[in-house]
Design a protein around this ligand. Sequence first.
Ligand code: B3K
Ligand code: ZN
Length: 885
Amino acid sequence: MRTEQPKMIKLTEYRLPDYLIDETHLTFELHENYALVHARLLMQRNPGLDETLPPLILDGQQLELVDVALDGRHLTAVEYQLSDSHLQVQPTHSSFEFTSTVRIEPQNNTALEGLYKSSGMFCTQCEAEGFRKITYYLDRPDVMSRFTTTIHAEKQRYPVLLSNGNPIAEGEGENGRHWMTWQDPFKKPAYLFAVVAGDLLRVDDSFITMSGREVALRIFVEPENIDKCQHAMDSLKNAMRWDEEVYGREYDLDIFMIVAVNDFNMGAMENKGLNIFNSSCVLAKAETATDAAHQRVEAVVAHEYFHNWSGNRVTCRDWFQLSLKEGFTVFRDSEFSADMNSRVVTRIEGVAYLRTHQFAEDAGPMAHPVRPEQYMEISNFYTLTIYEKGAEVVRMLHTLLGAETFRKGSDLYFERHDGQAVTCDDFIAAMESVSGMDLTQFKRWYSQAGTPQLSVSDSYDAATQTYQLHVKQSCPDTPEQRNKQPFVIPLSMALLNQQGESLPLQLHGESAAVLGERVLAVTEAEQSFSFIKVPEKPLPSLLRGFSAPVQLDYAYSRDDLLFLLQHDTDGFNRWEAGQQLALQVIEEVVGQLYETDEPMLDTRLVEVFSALLAQEDLDPAMLAEFIALPSTGYIIEQYEQADPLAIHQAREYVSNQLAFALKEPMLARYQALRKVSLQTPYVAQASDFARRRLQNMLLAYLMRTEDLEILDACVDQFGVADNMTERLAALACLVNSPFTDEAEHALASFAERFEDDPLVMDQWFSVQAAAALPDGLERVEHLLKHPAFSIKNPNKVRAVVGAFTQNTPNFHAIDGSGYAFLADKVIKLDALNPQMAARMLSPLTRWQRFDLHQQEMMQSQLQRVRGSGDLSADLFEVLEKSLAV
Ligand code: B3K
Ligand code: ZN
């Protein structure tokens, strides 16, 4: 809890560490009511600095100091200074040994940072600054040390004792206790440290690396989950092979371990050789996990594994550089997912997520650059901007340099900086070295916040066969920054003729044309590109594959969009044309709804959906993406000040109209797909994901018609399905339908069947919390009282409270009750888990995006949270920024 106002930490104030820690020797004595942590640190004055010996100031929070010594001499209370956050001692030699013993209470640690207990096991989470809750230390990523760790615990309760690196010794102790020692040969910052003690079973496998070394692979889980590890293990092996093939990166230890824990603030953590995962990102089998969950497991396993190079071998100098490891690693994992699944669909999903959520962050009070300049609480900066926009920045480099040169750059980066803690500038410098490009202007992507606007217009001169693209870029002011400078924007484009074929692209002054598509580098605030030998007025296909994280503005008519949806040769842009078309139609209905209860739907949308459904050769994965309307969240982001209730109503209206108009072809297609699903055993592979997604999407449309035969089909799918993807989708359809008896029955049978599986119950909670029917708040309040709910478990909080914030008509209820509910939960959470509290508050921080009425109600809830008492630094920072605007 906060005792004084948290202070701002600034990038410009970075200083090298005064001291270094060559070796770290830790001993944990784990007990039910406390743990003792003994630390022996072999330290030296930083040789890069002068020879004076300033005080040694170690980080430490919520620690009870039992003993402290320098070079074996125990210090008395007058020989050290202790505060809430630091321990200060005075070294007398340039090399010395610091030892300490502290007492902590892992069993009472509800913040899930440092050493804590989850479902009876001990585990740790140290990134970013959790290690200081375990022992006194220089808890900063540029202090890298060799760790040796011994864990003592009761053998029966905690037969498995793990830490980073390799096991080097073990033994039995007195009173039924045992111990084990692990040594990590690689220097690492404390944030990558981990310890686990528990009663776990493991799945074993192995991997032969490209140089022929055998690596033992182990996934540790609670005994009841032992049959849910195969997908994670397969994903791990695929990721290891992919990183060798695509990046030339080989794994470096003889053992790689993953441990699944139930209480975890985020997805997973890349601790060296010992990744700790939220169980939701490891456990997956057909009966209990959806296709989306399987894909998430694959992506997160790969992400954490990839960190072994992009994050661990080469780490961050300070936390301002967080995107150095996160942006790069997200780019790596999304390319891996694209290779394992459908490339276009992976990109579509990534972009939809980025535009809905990261663009919103960039437009809100927490907007910050990919490399922030200041923060109060670093935990608040594990954001969509650091991760997703950071990945887009790396993707743009990949586009500008080309795959081959980019690979040379990454090789050079890893080689130059192996074993070091470096900055985003070092990454860019490696890319400059291999490409010969000057990336100074490009680096504005790291320093300027906000989503750039790219406005494009064009003109065609038939007499000279010249076609001009006029491009203007600008970037809105953000809370801490005004007057942005132009970015380097890679604009991937093609010109289509009336048959939908790409025209050759020859810029004025060039001697030859480029076929297909090309990437224009937009570098000025205003710039024109002149194409010659263009035989007819073309239709431009712009920002193909979403080649830059910008808001594109080109005045496409609805007929242009229809044409692109049918003919564009870039799969992503086909989808995008459909989205923009649907968006225009929905926005039109929003306007009409203020005038009449009977709006008019542009029938061209129905016609094109109908044509797509009839197109036999269309990839089902693409068809599913094409017929998915833009999400409510995305539509809200298109308005300066949105009326969420009207937007929801309009989107519902359009969905219903499509369902009634296309019932027959949809039903025929649904039945055909369902038949295949019934005859095919579950396989977690892209083509099957696509079939089930399309099938479920059609079912959701069809259920809107309230036809009793379709209800029967839905109930049947719910009852008969051998996999969670079909079962949960059918459940969601029932829960959102007026057929309350069937819904209640399905919910009850689902709960009975899966009551012992917390991850499945999370899905049961979230389907109900997200149901956009009247009285949603009442239902959610009821869910909070369910015995399977616990506010201490982040997955449960996300499943109920998080899902409710996405429930537009209920969360944005006109009386403000949804906002008040969220504020109550945030206040309660802050006393237990500040990181979760700050994160859950974010929907309220976006108040500026909404109508004045909503704005006032959201702000007043923010004020109420601020006035609610002693707040954590995490929550304080988010509130200050949200209310300062
Ligand atoms: N590096 C961790 C995130 C840690 C978040 C700490 N609040 C997971 C990841 O990005 O791989
Ligand atoms: Zn990461």
